[in-house]
Design a protein around this ligand. Sequence first.
Ligand code: URA
Length: 424
Amino acid sequence: MDAIEVIRAKRDRRELTTAQIDWVIDAYTRGEVADEQMSALAMAILLNGMDRREIADWTLAMIRSGERMDWSSLDRPTADKHSTGGVGDKITLPLAPLVAACGAYVPQLSGRGLGHTGGTLDKLESIPGWRASLSNAEMLDVLRTAGAVVCAAGSGLAPADKKLYALRDVTGTVESIPLIASSIMSKKIAEGTGSLVLDVKVGSGAFMKTVPDARELAETMVALGTDAGVRTVALLTAMDRPLGLAVGNALEVAESIEVLSGGGPADVVELTVRLAREMLEAAGITGAKDPAKALADGSAMDVWRRMISAQGGDPDAPLPRAAETMTVEAPGSGVLTRLDAYAVGLAAWRLGAGRARKEDPVSAGAGVVLHAKPGDEVRAGQPLMTLHADEAQRFERALEALEGAYEVGEAAEERLPLIIDRIT
Ligand code: URA
């Protein structure tokens, strides 16, 4: 078999055979298929698609490129959540300890931010001392001690995806439903969780801009998980406006701690509790403490503290703060009709919260704090948001990102409901 034959097949809109897929993923992982050949194949897949059987084969081949974790020595079911990413999406931070407090083990491998969406590991790394890289043995230890662990995926997990995702990132081939679905699910299945809840975001701040595209991605991923024996369910949720009020690393940790203390913004609390209930149901845990109670009675906070400490972090240490702030005021009186998620994410990124290249550092304190959300009444001159940055010269480009991103008018525009649909 050779790479050109496989590329030509997909270029000419033919289905790839199982043998062709197994070969090309294995040969690419070993370095026998060159990056330029794999990028041609990725572009052919982006343009011509793959059917369900091809996507399932592609996913299995990527799982087989590395190790598969096994949590069968644990005495309770495992549950995980994956979000396709959005602006202000800090849900993993309160959710993982919450679900552990209600009786499941939560082994969650997470990523770093790239572009306008933040990464869970970058957020947690703003806690002094906290460590993202754990060996498999350490991961098991934290799980046993705290009930939940959030850490970086080791290099042994789906290495084909690691290589391919980096290549797609620089070849304009990220936005392909078959490639996104197989990339996410290969890692989640290899991670060994027994059940999985997918939070598929929809709107300007998400990969998927429309409900039909998000639904197709969700259905593809649910089918891949179910076929692999992982009980999988997906929620389609709104990302046309930011989630919560804080966007940025330490700022989102602070908001998550508010949620774990029984407070926090209503949308973050609603989504956290709903995802927790879905995870417990998918894990087959019945009669567990209700997640809303576990937030109110402090038991989720207890797990958070154990989880942070077990990974070297100090849950009582003050969080880093940016040196400079700037207030953006409401341009008129009325209702905040629109606040675009992508623009706020881009502003936070330009303030230093995100990175342009994988190896870039991020600022722990940078980001945006919102003082109003779409639908809220505002008065002319009242603070609409506060920008946080380590250097004041970052404000100008952040303000450019926010041009045209918000409007004050007579009545709020129609928004997506927070929870749009559930896919099983
Ligand atoms: N996240 C992933 O892990 N893979 C993709 O392809 C897109 C988002």
